[in-house]
Design a protein. Structure first.
Length: 79
């Protein structure tokens, strides 16, 4: 379903439908820049860490949160 959307120059349906813009889509470089922008422009909203940037060698999904991930119950000491 989303493969066809992306193949035709669109974005995944979940990204398009997300009212809070919590989901984004792009190249890894674009997503890293967007994450940095959000953290810099909203320091009261985001904890200054992009989870997934370096964890496990860098993942294909990046997360921002208002507190450290381990305080949300997420394992952070990944190989």
């Amino acid at each position: 379903m989303c493969y066809e959307r992306i193949k035709n120059g669109g974005i995944p349906a979940c990204v398009e439908a997300c009212p809070a813009e919590a989901r984004t889509f792009g190249t890894r470089e674009e997503l890293i820049e967007e994450a940095k922008r959000r953290i810099n422009e909203n320091p009261e909203t985001y904890y200054p860490h992009i989870f997934g940037l370096k964890e496990s060698g860098g993942t294909s999904v990046l997360y921002l949160a208002d507190r450290p991930m381990q305080k949300l119950g997420i394992k952070v000491n990944l190989p």
